[in-house]
Design a protein around this ligand. Sequence first.
Ligand code: ATP
Ligand code: MG
Length: 687
Amino acid sequence: MATLKLPVFLSKVRGPNATLQKLLQTKSFKNALHKHFSSKNATPISTTAFPEFDSLTNLNCHEDLYKLSLERPELFWGKLARSRLKWEKDFHTVQDCDMTQGKVNWFLDGKINASVNCIDRHLVKYGDRIALIWEKDEPGSQEYITYKQLSEMVNRLSQTLLNHGVIRGDRVAIYLPCSPIAVAAMLACTRIGAIHSVVFAGFSAEALSGRILDAQAETVITANEEIRGGKTINLKKHVDEAVAKSPCVKRVFVYKLIDREIKMNKLDIPLEKAMSESSSKCQPTAMDSNDCLFMLYTSGSTGKPKGVAHSHGGYLTYAAVTFKHVFDYNEGEIFGCLADIGWITGHSYVVYGPLLNGATTVLYSSTPTYPDQGRYWETVERLKINHLYTAPTALRLLLKAGDSWVTKYDRSSLRKLGCVGEPLNHEAFEWYRDVVGENKSDVIDTWWQTETGGICLTPRPSNPGAEILPAMPMRPFFGIDPVLLDAEGKEVVGDDATGALCIRKPWPGMAYTIYGDHNRFIETYYQPFKGFYFSGDGAHRHPGGYYQITGRMDDVLNVSGHRLGTGEIENVMDDHPAVAETAVVGFEHDIKGEGIYAYIILKDEVTDTFEKISKELRELCKSRLASYAQPDIIQFTPGLPKTRSGKIMRRILRKVAANNTDDLGDISTLADPSIVQEIINNHQKII
Ligand code: ATP
Ligand code: MG
């Protein structure tokens, strides 16, 4: 919502959308729909998956259970919260939420501790089970940590925090790569009731200090150095710079991740030494269900990142339940979510979801292409990963490298292939399903946000009989009531509808505030459409009630009166054999109102001329979409501005297209700022 006022961009969300219309006409789509409406689709509920509902005799199929979750949320979530989590004190009321005011309260009067739920309660039965597999930078150098070992680390670390004066409610900034000590630091905070704020360890000193100041964190936990992609990164240097600008910081714990001495400052405390001097037992604090568990910043794709706050009871329940059912997780399986812990995906599906379920989770701390483009698949073979969960940006990058990097490794352990972060284009979906998964694993496109705490739309929540259509998250998770709204805030009904994606009913994973800025929370999520949670994304609902994300609401174009999602133009151009990745934005156009500006990254080893490829891309858009969908300007580029979590920052591309690059806005979450200047220079050459 950075550039347009809400009513203006909402006014663009009208009428059917061209690609989707074409998709609706295809045979495979019609077959799938037929299957959906036939009785075969009413799959029986797996009693092993939901033993909580065994006694309810009127539940015959998966759809009945979904209906129950919407119609009787108190019963549904109450039962799951009690059976899936250990409470220090039972709650008396399941929820007290008001969507008209953005009021969020779950499991009132309940008391709970996150670290107890993630570790202690598994110890008797599963103490020797592997909790973490630390996939370090060098292939083959992985380390295994059992639940017992993790427990000792967490206890010592939480006791260390207490010994140094950290108390319940304090904010602790964690600036560590994805590693056992980082997971231990998060859980140590939760053990004593401190609020963790994990800051991605690739962020600059400035971005780190901004987040420390915003949270008024007195404590920072970091490491001396890390090695990523074969390069040494001096984390402590960034922390020193950040701390110099953050007078609120009173102590900095420094872990020796790499065996090398570094200069220690006045506030620095060597973490290993402090932990070895602390007790290996730390009494957990029973937290109120609605106390803050953690704060975490959004990716900053659309503007200044928001410090989203989640509470204990609601978040933990939703993370535990979504992890189990979105991925159909079976005991003993290895879960490989390749996200960093600096993002919500890392919080919910590297740390909390897996550990709450007693699972074995992979901590991936290399890059997708180190030492070569086969790294992910080599890791799958070596660690025997059963569930892989990654982002479209990584898939597009690896697809570009060619199939042989994948096929030379054994991927027979894979059972589910998940994806999150951006719309998954058809080409990447098919490649994931057919090449990576050899058509044997489900591809699960999941839609959710930092603010939603866990997955909200997902093709197959514990429903093995349901079909999966390409490149869409399709179905709502239990308790999620998605609604599409038009510019006037009226619900767009029917099975072929496009609108602003909102959620009507409260769900336990919902954030309860933006830390320190409750007004921004209300304004962003609850004021645009009174009584609904507004996601900021647009979606199309297909027959059968299947949802497809069309992109950000402010990425919708209006070309000569025709509404077009940037995602649909990108999807078509991505199918060109020479194209690796695309990003489309609008720019002011005298005649059409809005013109189409396309940035194109070509695959490695493409030899055709730019002219030839441009012509073919325009033809492709014309034949697959419409004549008005052809890009007015095509710029070939070696890269795109992406957030550290791998999302394209279209707001920067819009500014370049508009020749307005004096103020690029908040670019603190940009992965490689140098690409911006290159794009500006190339833009000036072609216009
Ligand atoms: P900011 O809110 O600061 O602009 P952000 O929205 O990128 O950043 P995240 O919370 O990390 O921050 O990302 C959530 C967004 O990612 C969603 O709103 C959506 O736009 C996009 N997204 C996530 N999953 C999917 C998906 N499966 N398909 C399409 N888009 C997705
Ligand atoms: Mg967002």
